[in-house]
Design a protein around this ligand. Structure first.
Ligand code: COA
Ligand code: ZN
Length: 312
């Protein structure tokens, strides 16, 4: 049975676009519940500027208060050296560095040209010097909502430059749900050819309903690591038109049904997923938490028993 590794990003990507501040206590309690569900990794928060992402201004406190379960990696998003210092101080298990493959999105999101981001992140990698594993999330790899197409060579070029700096993993992000399965298959093939030795993760948003189809295309191309967000929350506040990540529980439910080993206790995860509307104060897009698993059957109406008698 192929093992698939899930990284839960609800408290980072999921929460960062929510308008109403989610109390620190609620974030800590949610991470603690997720820690018991079988995730390989949880992206707890981000060490970004509190002006850019006010929702995650409590990053230190959250990292300090969560209960760390052995076997679960607690990662954090980091945009610059200052963020890396804060992340190390908070004893993150991994630093997830971020930059965009689109110049326009990088300027909108990180307020600097891509080359400045690359230089800053290279400096972070030198500073960390192997003390903590580094993952790099490359945004807008399947298209930029402002520029349009991002050529695969540009994506592969940044991937190559980070691979040369010795990172452990790369996350290929579809920031605003522009990817389609054929495109995913092509990019995954190219990535697997060149970076098979790295941990390759795919990060999809379901903005146009193609999220799970893209997961399937990636799995068929040999990818075994995915980001997902409970309830299907999420989105980059600096990418116009952004909306939710793929719902973790929907993706895990699909892969479970297909016979993959996700390591997740889906029953337990769905119980947590059902708390999401209350936590964020609105309905969420995830479907399986509402519909139940395909194995959760309904009683037949009384009329069926009568009809069974009649037609005996
Ligand atoms: N953590 C906390 N504060 C930070 C910081 C960090 N990692 N990086 C910068 N700051 C602070 C500076 O101290 C400064 O504070 P001050 O105004 O009180 O002096 C302020 O932010 C501006 O610093 P500067 O270096 O000029 O940054 P900037 O305004 O050009 O912003 C980023 C650059 C990268 C820090 C900011 O755009 C950011 O955090 N973006 C994150 C976007 C994001 O997470 N998007 C969603 C995920 S893809
Ligand atoms: Zn995202």
């Amino acid at each position: 049975m192929t093992r698939i590794y899930f990284n839960e990003v609800a408290t980072r990507d999921g929460f960062q676009i929510e308008p109403a501040f989610i109390p620190t206590d609620v974030k800590v309690a949610l991470v603690d519940e997720l820690s018991g569900c079988g995730y390989a990794k949880i992206e707890v928060t981000s060490f970004t500027s509190p002006k850019a992402i006010p929702m995650l201004r409590d990053a230190e406190e959250v990292m300090g208060r969560i209960r760390r379960v052995p076997g679960v990696e607690y990662t954090v998003l980091v945009p610059n050296l200052r963020g890396a210092e804060r992340a190390l101080e908070s004893r993150a298990d991994e630093l997830n560095l971020v930059m965009s493959t689109s110049e326009t999105h990088n300027l909108a999101n990180l307020r600097m040209p891509r080359e400045h981001s690359f230089a800053a992140l290279a400096e972070v990698i030198r500073m960390v010097d192997g003390r903590t594993p580094i993952n790099v999330s490359l945004s807008t790899c399947f298209g930029c909502p402002m520029e349009g197409e991002v050529p695969p060579d540009v994506v592969l070029g940044f991937a190559r430059r980070f691979a040369d700096l010795g990172v452990r993993g790369l996350t290929i992000c579809d920031t605003t749900g522009m990817a389609h399965p054929a495109q995913v298959a092509r990019l995954v093939e190219a990535l697997q050819k060149e970076f098979a030795a790295l941990q390759l993760t795919l990060h999809f948003h379901n903005t146009r309903g193609m999220g799970l189809a893209n997961v399937l295309a990636a799995v068929q191309g040999g990818i075994t690591r995915f980001d997902g967000s409970l309830g299907g929350l999420g989105g980059c506040p600096y990418a116009p038109g952004a909306s939710g990540n793929i719902s973790s529980e929907d993706a895990i439910h699909m892969l479970d049904a297909m016979g993959f080993d996700t390591g997740i206790d889906l029953h337990r995860l769905l119980a947590v997923a059902r708390q999401m509307p209350q936590i964020v104060g609105h309905d969420v897009p995830g479907q399986v938490a509402k519909a139940g698993r395909i194995t959760d059957l309904h009683p037949a109406p009384a009329s069926v028993a009568e009809l069974k008698e009649t037609f005996k």
